[in-house]
Design a protein around this ligand. Sequence first.
Ligand SMILES: Nc1nc2c(c(=O)[nH]1)N[C@H]1C(S)=C(S)[C@@H](COP(=O)(O)O)O[C@H]1N2
Ligand SMILES: [Mo]
Length: 313
Amino acid sequence: MVIHRRRGWNSPASAITPQDALLNRRALMSGSAGLLAAAPALAQSGAVPALPPHARNPAFEPGRALTAEREATTYNNFYEFGSHKTIARDAARMPRRPWTLKVDGLVENPREFDIDDLIRLMPIEERVLRLRCVEAWAMTVPWTGFPLAALMNLVKPLGSAKYLAFQTAQLPAVMPGLRQSWYPWPHMEACTIAEAGNAMSFMPVGLYGQPLPPQNGGPVRVLFPWKYGFKSGKSLVRITVQEQRPATFWGTIQPSEYGFWANVNPQVAHPRWSQATERLIGTNERVPTQMWNGYGEFVASLYEGVQGERLFV
Ligand SMILES: Nc1nc2c(c(=O)[nH]1)N[C@H]1C(S)=C(S)[C@@H](COP(=O)(O)O)O[C@H]1N2
Ligand SMILES: [Mo]
């Protein structure tokens, strides 16, 4: 940070874009120490770097047309910004750099990752996936990210670990929804250690080839494509590995309607509406909802031993 205050170039500070600052630093310093030191300048400026090159994983063919990018990025649920769908403009005020994700609790290697370090460390790929909201709308979009299992392999859960708790950022200066004090902030969601190890559990950092927009949970969220959308917590700052089942946001507000498992099942109605079909945002076409949101071949075996639990609420 010291170098930031040095007058290494002639233009006034206000005229220096992050890219200029980076290039000037590279000119000023030689060797890898200089290049490494350049990274915090980008972070400090709030600029979000482009995603690294990555390939689409062909294992997840959606069997549906892509939702228009504009629809997927302007019709959102993100209660921190308000309990309506048009939060994108407010969410744009949320700074996505610098950003850290802490992983702690029952792990061998607890760590606080700078988001860009994490992206460098993880195997990044694109997956085109369906997302089914419990409100019976759905979208199909290309997410860039990494398997949650890859992150778990790095921190190494202990033998006593049973659950993961996902905590969303609380930024009162930009999140008007936090003033609705009857909600149990911060937004928490959870999964089991077995679910975290499943290949479908994904950590998106991008959407449509771009860094994940704030309204969709940038810079990093979790995504369980076979569960109702509310399980997929946005803008995460902390993942805690623990032995007890974590309390969750919707499970605390209305446990009879939003259970811990929340796996998609068209035959199990929400207490107030049917789950048999879903509306595709953008086209408003109505299509049948699929068991496990169509991902049964990957995830159904996770639940074979689970007895006496409401798996589909
Ligand atoms: N922190 C947080 N995460 C959240 C929510 C929220 O209100 N706050 N809404 C959930 C719900 S109900 C859905 S359907 C999805 C919507 O994700 P999308 O806006 O990217 O489509 O985000 C989920 N994650
Ligand atoms: Mo949802």
